[in-house]
Write a protein that binds this ligand. Structure first.
Ligand SMILES: Nc1ncnc2c1ncn2[C@@H]1O[C@H](COP(=O)(O)OP(=O)(O)OP(=O)(O)O)[C@@H](O)[C@H]1O
Length: 493
């Protein structure tokens, strides 16, 4: 139920009060350039599992689409011009909460095991494995939202869990830039305020004042939006992420019981990617992250396929898709990607609706989200740039029978910026962490196994002077560094 606020004036944006019954949600969608402010006036409410604080004003922008859910009922004050807003009484939250309860029991058993405590006498045979969950589903099924809800519920449980959230969707970018795949331990609930930061902010781009600054993701750079562009490379990077996570668990046994949740791209479920690639990448995830639960969001055929392939050793559960998940069309996704690169460099600049003065982004002060990148001119020789595989290469499977390719899909090829057609202008580059200093540890394709320290964009190339202008999030020296270019380009608009 909604009522117009009697204090609305000509200068301030319109505001309405919504009274939500228990187990309902207020859903909204924003147009480009508009923002929305929501204040919890009474009761308890959450956005994808992250609780709202009573009296605090939360700001949303950049075409955000989301929902405020309440278990017990609440009153919200909503200010701004959403393009769509309504209350729904049909949500899958009870099913998601039941899953959370089952995962919580797994975590408790796993912690007991790590600490060497004996199991209760009534469940001696129960598995001691923490939940390691792979979330699969077609485009716009709400996979990322399910991952967020499950991780946020785990963090809120008050048991000190810090589950790993793994994002292997290179079209989305997670905490890094689009084209990356990443993992981070989550300590505090992930807020929702802009689709440019679907998983909240992280230390790489956010100032130290932010609570969510504790998130330090481990990032690999794939460099393309589509997994079909180079499935072999995807496979390798997924396994690299898994390897790093295993190492972390070896060093920190207490981190293991919190488990992990893996968000996947829609191409793992269906679409133009061939079944062979799709199945290969799902297998890579299952093996790399030692998956013991597969959640299939609202897709019967995929559920049956997963049951047949993995049902004997992995719990496969089909879960309902929320009716609130919005169909995101191609142009919207393009705009969000551009916005992700923009916010990686400049942070989030969202103007509150007229009349709102005390808004926060996910509970944090707005000014903390404004970043200042640095634009520097460097010599071509300062930075070594590679591209993995030849430029617009068809996968091996598409070559004529018997044909050999000159450059393999996995081979890092050095790029000379002075060559016309190098394709570097406006390209996004992943800056690699230094290789292992031990010379005896050198091997071919080592670059593929290095993590990413950050991203830069080449904004100008001066071939005659052999210099280029580079936009970077900070003023770190690029001399002697190595970077990898993919197919992502970004230009300030
Ligand atoms: N209950 C809801 N009410 C309103 N909006 C929602 C709801 N659930 C999800 N959304 C929005 O719908 C959009 C798509 O959801 P989400 O990103 O979770 O889907 P996905 O399956 O991960 O997408 P992709 O196709 O990119 O893999 C997002 O903008 C999300 O915030």
């Amino acid at each position: 139920m909604s009522t117009e606020n009697p204090e609305n004036t000509a200068e301030s944006a319109p505001s309405k009060e919504w009274t939500l019954e228990p187990e309902t949600e207020y859903r909204f969608e924003l147009d480009p350039g508009s923002s929305l402010a929501i204040k919890l006036v009474r009761g308890h409410a959450e956005i994808f599992g992250a609780e709202l604080v009573e009296g605090k004003t939360y700001l949303f922008g950049s075409e955000c689409k989301a929902a405020v859910f309440t278990w017990q009922g609440c009153t919200l004050e909503v200010t701004g011009h959403p393009s769509t807003e309504y209350v729904s009484e049909e949500t899958p939250m009870t099913a998601y909460a039941n899953l959370h309860i089952a995962f919580e029991q797994m975590r408790v058993r796993a912690l007991r095991d790590v600490r060497g405590s004996p199991p209760p006498t009534d469940e001696p045979a129960a598995s001691q494995d923490p939940p390691r969950i792979l979330v699969l589903g077609p485009e716009n099924s709400g996979k990322t939202t399910v991952c967020k809800i499950l991780v946020n519920y785990a963090v809120r449980a008050g048991q000190g869990w810090s589950p790993l959230l793994v994002n292997v969707d290179p079209g989305q970018g997670g905490w890094a830039a689009p084209g990356a795949i990443s993992a981070a331990s989550v300590f505090a609930p992930i807020p929702t305020y802009s689709p440019a930061s679907p998983l909240g902010s992280v230390a790489t781009s956010a100032p130290t004042a932010l609570a969510s600054n504790a998130l330090v993701p481990l990032v690999f750079w794939y460099g393309h939006a589509e997994t079909k562009k180079n499935p072999l490379l995807m496979d390798r990077l997924i396994r690299n992420l898994g390897g790093h996570i295993d190492d972390r668990y070896l060093n920190d046994q207490e981190a293991k019981p919190s488990g992990l949740v893996v968000d996947t791209p829609p191409s793992f479920a269906s679409g133009p990617t061939t079944d062979v690639h799709r199945q290969r990448l799902i297998k890579a995830c299952v093996e790399a992250f030692n998956i013991n639960v597969i959640l299939v969001v609202g897709h019967e055929k995929l559920n049956v396929e997963m049951q047949r392939t993995y049902g004997a050793r992995i719990t496969v559960v089909k879960i309902p898709k929320s009716g609130g998940v919005v169909e995101l069309e191609h142009h919207y996704r393009e705009r969000i990607r551009n916005n992700q690169f923009y916010s990686y460099m400049y942070g989030h600049i969202i103007k509150p609706p007229a009349g709102i003065t005390n808004a926060t982004l996910g509970g944090e002060t707005l000014d903390d989200f404004i970043l200042s990148p640095s634009s520097t001119v460097i010599s071509f020789s300062d930075l070594t740039i590679y591209r993995v595989g030849a430029g617009a290469m068809a996968p091996s499977s598409a070559l004529p029978i018997g044909a050999q390719r000159v450059v393999s899909e996995m081979q890092p090829v050095i790029i000379d910026p002075s060559q016309p057609g190098s394709g570097l202008l406006n390209s996004v580059l992943g800056l690699l962490a230094p290789p292992n200093p031990d010379e005896n540890e050198r091997y071919d394709e080592e670059l593929l196994d290095l993590t990413i320290q950050g991203f830069i964009v080449i904004t100008n190339l001066d071939i005659s002077k052999k210099r280029m202008t580079v936009l970077a999030p900070n003023q770190v020296s690029l001399v002697g560094k190595t970077a990898i270019v993919g197919t992502y380009e970004w230009q300030e608009q």
